[in-house]
Ligand binder design. Structure first.
Ligand code: NAD
Ligand code: UD1
Length: 311
């Protein structure tokens, strides 16, 4: 694979793992991040001279073009976004400006500067609450949150741009990603990081709804593997793949596993379910497996026990 890599959102949870892999592979690695939810500390375990961090906003079109002009980037992993479905509901304008307009800047600059490939973070949220599971890539999308709509708009934008220049785009519809460095501090964070943090420190957790909603939880290392596989193996101009495990876990089961691994006593309150919340989410990963050889390494218990052992 090409060697000059740009990771937008590379100081965030998933982005920092993609950066780590790029560094391990010896690629020239550039990170662009405004450090809004990401942190420099997420990269501090890497040798200081193994990557470069530019602190900047993907909405700054001049900056983005300058970055591409100066760095002969071959491959972009675009992770920068507001990652929270809830935040997109409480703050739709700001989310739109980052998730759609910022993404447009990155995509258009990549095409204008002849970047070979852009792999970007889309989401299972594009499927919305269609009761059909598992979700297959060719189902018609029915997002029920601004966040899901924005991710769908990113995909449409990439499909169009792929016809314009030589840049190849791959949209990865991540399901629910969890792992080390997922920030537990915000109410907008992913459920696993919040639950582990609260359970390990003996605090009460809140389950929104009856806890019977299901998710396909995928460990961040498997998501990183999917990113590099598609970057290496997908040759067409535009493609979409689910990234998950094909396994379904409900929230009650999830907390049961965390309690059993942490030996803390159950301390749960149930509240009304959240607006924009999807009931069931499960990935069909056959296409990704067939076209890239993807195989996930962590089912939920392994992933959680690895994560808890790092705490
Ligand atoms: P995160 O918040 O840890 O990472 C997002 C990063 O983008 C942060 O480092 C943040 O500082 C940066 N960023 C935000 N706005 C920016 C801007 N305007 N300019 C530059 N940088 C900016 O979240 P994450 O969970 O690592 O999510 C990464 C990507 O994956 C996002 O696109 C998200 O929508 C997508 N995704 C995440 C999940 C999940 O379960 N975590 C699932 C599906 C899709
Ligand atoms: C998550 C991702 C989103 C991604 C989507 C893909 C985050 C913050 N969001 O959204 O980026 O596109 O998966 O599927 O990573 N819950 C509780 N208690 C809590 C927190 C959450 O019960 O304290 C519940 C939620 O109501 C929801 C489930 O847990 O039913 C999962 O919530 P969350 O981790 O926020 O993820 P999604 O909304 O699925």
């Amino acid at each position: 694979m090409s060697k000059n890599i740009l990771v937008t959102g590379g100081a965030g949870f998933i982005g920092s793992h993609i950066v780590e892999e790029a560094v391990n592979r010896g690629y020239n690695t550039l990170v662009l991040d405004d450090l809004s939810t990401g942190k420099k500390e997420n990269l501090e375990h890497l040798p200081q001279d193994s990557y470069r961090l530019i602190q900047g906003d993907i909405r700054d079109n001049n900056l983005i073009n300058q970055v591409f002009k100066d760095n002969a980037i071959n491959c972009v992993f675009h992770e920068a976004a507001i990652a929270s479905v809830q935040k997109s509901i409480t703050d739709p304008e700001n989310t739109y400006s980052i998730n759609v307009e910022g993404t447009r800047n990155v995509f258009e600059a990549a095409v204008d500067h002849g970047v070979e490939r852009v792999v970007f973070a889309s989401s299972a949220a594009v499927y919305g609450d269609d009761p059909k599971i598992p979700k297959v890539e060719d189902m018609s999308p029915k997002p029920i949150s601004p966040y899901g709509e924005h991710k769908l708009e990113n995909e449409k934008m990439a499909a169009k741009l792929s016809l314009k220049g030589s840049t190849k785009f791959v949209a990865l519809r991540y399901f629910n990603v969890y792992g080390l460095r997922q920030d537990p501090a915000s109410e907008y964070s992913g459920v696993i990081s919040i639950f582990i943090n609260r359970i390990l420190s003996g605090q009460k957790i809140t389950i929104y709804g009856d806890g019977k909603q299901t998710r396909d939880f995928v460990y961040v290392k498997d998501v990183v593997a999917a990113n590099y596989l598609v970057a290496e193996k997908i040759a067409r101009g535009f493609a979409i793949f689910n990234v998950g495990t094909g396994l379904q876990t409900d929230l009650n089961e999830l907390v049961g596993i965390i309690f059993s691994l942490s030996s803390n006593v159950d301390n749960i309150k149930y509240e009304l379910s959240r607006a924009g919340d999807i009931r069931h989410s499960l990935a069909d990963i056959i296409n990704l497996r067939r076209e890239t050889g993807y195989k996930f390494d962590y089912e939920i218990k392994n992933g959680l026990s690895q994560l808890i052992s790092h705490k």
